[in-house]
Write a protein that binds this ligand. Structure first.
Ligand SMILES: [Zn+2]
Length: 263
């Protein structure tokens, strides 16, 4: 499996991806909003885009579909409940469905609601797994829920699915928000040395050569995976004085998501 991360350079800071089979040169494009860059990258590498995967229905993820289809005839895959929201879908995905790319690549669909209610993440069947997390999990952050999402559902996705992936899992998100997210982590958890060190290293990074984290790293620097940290809970209580003595993780997650909105 060859992964090409494509930095769009747009205001939304989208990352697009090409996932290719090294044997056949067939490629799947994830959320190819910047169709010009995606088509050029495929051409440069000698790859043929045969499939498009939309992680969810938002326009900054689907807006390049038509141009890529026109250029390549690629089939569009997305969550099975997204068919009324994404034009031209060929395949609706459910949890556990496997997507093959060429001869060597297998990607598994995870049904990951929360940012929207028809959001798919992809997990690669490789020795070191990779997670293409769309707008669900970001580096040091979590997707928002204000365009068709639900914070309780997002918590469930984090706690029942993402948290159970192997620590070595590589994280490939739909946007480059790492710097801003690390600042949020430090706002919530000022004694988080790993986050502080990482911000020092990554502030002003070139998103064309973006740092790729793992789930193990996310557990150290992502507030939304640190729901039992005493500092996170103590700081949260400053904003929500009614927070119970030992708040459950779901409550902490939802309050953090709420605070992040106004940040
Ligand atoms: Zn979105």
């Amino acid at each position: 499996m060859i992964v090409k991360q494509i930095w769009t350079g747009n205001a939304y800071r989208n990352f697009n991806y090409l996932i290719a089979c090294g044997e056949t040169g067939e490629a799947l494009a994830i959320d190819p909003l910047d169709h010009v860059k995606c088509l050029q990258a495929a051409k440069d590498a000698g790859w043929t885009i045969t499939q498009i995967l939309n992680t969810h229905e938002h326009h900054d993820h689907t807006g390049g579909n038509a141009a890529v289809v026109q250029a390549t005839g690629a089939k569009i895959l997305a969550h099975r409940n997204a068919s009324g929201k994404i034009a031209g879908m060929s395949r609706g995905l459910a949890a556990g469905d496997v997507i093959k790319v060429g001869k060597t690549v297998e990607l598994e669909a995870l049904d990951t609601p929360g940012h929207t209610m028809c959001h798919i993440c992809l997990k690669s069947h490789t020795e070191q797994p990779a997670l293409f997390s769309g707008d669900t999990l970001f580096n040091a952050g979590a997707g928002n829920c204000h365009n068709g999402g639900d914070p309780g559902a997002l918590y469930k996705t984090f706690s029942e699915q993402l948290a159970n992936l192997p620590p070595s899992t590589l994280v490939y998100p739909g946007h480059d928000y790492i710097e801003n997210n690390l600042r949020f982590t430090l706002d919530r958890e000022p004694d988080n040395r790993q986050a502080e060190q990482m911000l020092g290293q990554l502030a002003g990074q070139d998103p064309k050569q973006a740092y790729v984290s793992t789930l193990e790293v996310e557990r150290q620097v992502n507030t939304f995976l640190r729901l039992t940290s005493p500092t996170v809970i103590a700081k949260l209580r400053e904003s929500f004085p009614d927070l119970p003595d030992k708040p459950d993780a779901r409550t902490v997650f939802i309050k953090l998501r709420e605070l992040r909105n106004g940040w």
